[in-house]
Ligand binder design. Structure first.
Ligand code: SF4
Length: 83
């Protein structure tokens, strides 16, 4: 099964809440007003990451497309950006 990496440029999140409404299994709002990837790993520069399966690609793509500041990204196994 193909694996993708979900990425969140958290410092630039404006906390609109769209991702958490669209994909609540993967996104939740934090008390600091920004969203978090649920069970996401904290990485460099305040970003978060989570490996996701092919079956979870579409819902996270929808979340990424809904983000007004385009801080949600998805990479394939070769590190190529899908959004
Ligand atoms: S949709 Fe984008 S700006 Fe809005 S809470 Fe999610 S990551 Fe942050």
């Amino acid at each position: 099964m193909a694996k993708f990496k979900l990425l969140h440029d958290r410092p630039n999140c404006i906390g609109c809440g769209a991702c958490a409404v669209i994909a609540p299994k993967f996104w939740e709002m934090n008390d600091d007003g920004k969203s978090d990837i649920i069970t996401g790993k904290h990485v460099d520069k305040g970003w978060q990451e989570l490996e996701i399966d092919q079956k979870d690609f579409d819902i996270n793509l929808e979340a990424a497309e809904s983000c007004p500041v385009e801080v949600i990204h998805i990479e394939d196994e070769e590190g190529k950006r899908k959004i």
